[in-house]
Ligand binder design. Sequence first.
Ligand code: SF4
Length: 186
Amino acid sequence: MSSTPDEGGEPVGDVGAERILTTRLDAIADLVRRYGVNWCRKYSLWPLPFGTACCAIEYMAALSSIFDIARFGAELVRFSPRQSDLMIVAGTINYKLGPCLKRIYDQMCEPKYVISMGACACSGGFYDNYATIQGIDHIIPVDVFIPGCPPRPDAMLNAVVKLQEMIDTEPQRKPRQPERERERTR
Ligand code: SF4
């Protein structure tokens, strides 16, 4: 039998013919979270496109075989909020449409993410008027903003990669919606 002191959760040696590994429970939980749950989440994003204007056409191009967003595991578009975890807002959102956007977002299951695509969704764009919401982050939390008018499909792919990097490092239980809204309005 040989053994070494248990230092910082490293392997301590073997007993007889059987090797024994010791580690900390939180280290295992961290591995499962990082390489299990988060890995699955980031490569199986199901988008719900909320397309209202020209940016939605660019999003369609990102889905096409030329840009092939399927390479990133985010091609399974669903138009039901209950089957989606990634809302893509592509286009102008006015005050009349705002409550619909908020309601659909609220109906999506946690954990859920939002990409704001294009100048109009991010900041109202050149529609600086009384009818247009000057950025959808006034009503829902946004994870990734894509600038441009319109942004190219490549920018959409880049946003998905950025989102995947965020998902990779997030805690297994993402703060729920009310907590995120408190952070947003702080
Ligand atoms: S950002 Fe430009 S391309 Fe996109 S919806 Fe607005 S006007 Fe259209």
